[in-house]
Structures are given as C-alpha cells and as structure tokens.
Design a protein around this ligand. Structure first.
Ligand SMILES: O=C(O)c1ccccc1N[C@@H]1O[C@H](COP(=O)(O)O)[C@@H](O)[C@H]1O
Length: 210
C-alpha cells in the first residue's frame, strides 16, 4: 500500500520520513496554507530524496501555467488537484505535463458526491478522498464517514485521506481498502512541522496489519 505523508516543509524531515517507510511525500503549493512551500523550498527537499519516493505537489484552483512552472522548477513527480478543478481541467493538466502523476482530491460531503469519482477516474491517474470542511480546503484533521466508502471501488487507484492518525489508521483500514493512505495533521506537532515519533508509530501500526 502507498503511504503519503503530506505538508512537508523541512528537507531533513522529508529524508527522515522517507527512511521510515513513506512511499510518497506531499508539498503544499497553496499560498493560503500554513504549510505552503515555494518551488525553491520543494527542490531543496526533493534533491535529497531517493528516486523511488513520489514527490507530490498539492494545488488548489491554480492556473495550469503555474502548476507546470512549479513542477519544472521543483522536480515534483506528481500533482494533487485539491480545489474545484473540473474533469476537463484535469485532462488539460495531463496534456500539459504528461509524465507527471495526476491525483484529483475530492472533498466528500455525502454519498451522492461519491458519484463524481467515476467521472474523474477517466481523466486522472489516482483519486484521493478527503473530508469536506466549509472553510478550509485541506489539512483539517476531519475524518470521512468510512462506512460510506465500504463499497467504493473506482476504476482508478485511490488514496484515503482526512484526519488519519496512528491511532485511527487500523480502524480505518478495517473498514475500507484503499490503494494508499495520506496523512498530514495527524502526524504533526504544528502545521508543517512533522512529529517523527508519530510517523514512526504509524509505520509500526501498519506492520501489524495483515
Ligand atoms: O494541508 C494543507 O494545508 C492543505 C491545504 C490546501 C489543500 C490541501 C491541504 N492538505 C491536504 O489535506 C488532506 C488531509 O489532511 P489531514 O490529514 O486531514 O490533515 C491531505 O491530502 C493534505 O494533502
């Protein structure tokens, strides 16, 4: 299973989290976020990471030119579209930067909202389900109703996100079977400052999952 730790701001923490077992690291490219990092900051972390770690930039309603420029400048290998991007926009991003993984984050409000996922699955590589918050785009620590996802089997791989922690991860994975998990505030001391003890505990807990 893929494990993405998101909201990385410090190169040393990026290296440590990769060596603890993360398969992907996320960098927030949304200027209003307390976890925001510039392309230069991302590059400083990316250049110290092994090739087999996915480096995902998180964007929300950013213009395609800006996404493309940041990918080129930073060495990101994937982009997570976390705003109100349409399927058409996702398709245009793929055409502009074809060799980069495209993840579409959907902030799920209700069971009906899950239907959107099948539409997006045609245009992106990977889906990511996050909890809906009326004021914040992400990194909220709010969990999804996992029971709602028990029968969620989209045609593309998908990540479970939203309020995951070392404490609740096994309960979540007992209810749903995603291809990957994504944690941010659940493994932090404060926004952008990861708690390496919590990250280590997460991987200890995941090892007990059969
Ligand atoms: O983390 C942020 O500040 C952020 C800002 C804008 C869009 C997305 C953001 N984070 C993403 O939110 C999810 C879930 O986070 P959490 O585990 O509930 O704290 C995760 O995918 C982050 O990439």
């Amino acid at each position: 299973m893929r494990v993405k730790i998101c909201g990385i701001t410090q190169p040393q923490q990026a290296k440590a989290i990769a060596s603890l077992g993360a398969t992907a690291l996320g960098f927030i490219c949304v200027p209003t976020s307390p976890r925001y990092v510039t392309a230069t900051q991302i590059r400083a972390a990316v250049t110290q990471l092994p090739d087999d770690i996915d480096k995902i930039g998180v964007f929300a309603n950013a213009p395609i030119e800006e996404i493309s420029q940041i990918v080129n400048d930073s060495g990101l290998t994937g982009v997570q579209l976390h705003g109100d991007e349409t399927p058409k926009f996702c398709h245009q991003v793929r055409q502009k930067i074809p060799n980069v993984e495209i993840l579409k984050a959907l902030r799920i409000r209700s069971f009906d909202h899950l239907e959107q996922a099948s539409i997006y699955a045609q245009y992106v590589d990977t889906l990511l389900l996050d909890a809906y918050h009326p004021q914040q785009l992400g990194g909220t620590g709010q969990t999804l109703d996992w029971a709602m996802l028990e029968k969620f089997h989209p045609s593309s791989p998908w990540f479970l996100a939203g309020g995951l922690t070392p404490e609740n991860i096994l309960a979540a994975l007992n209810q749903v079977s995603p291809d990957g998990i994504d944690l941010s505030s659940g493994v932090e001391i404060q926004p952008g400052d990861k708690d390496l003890h919590k990250v280590a505990l997460l991987f200890e807990r995941l090892k007990t999952k059969v």
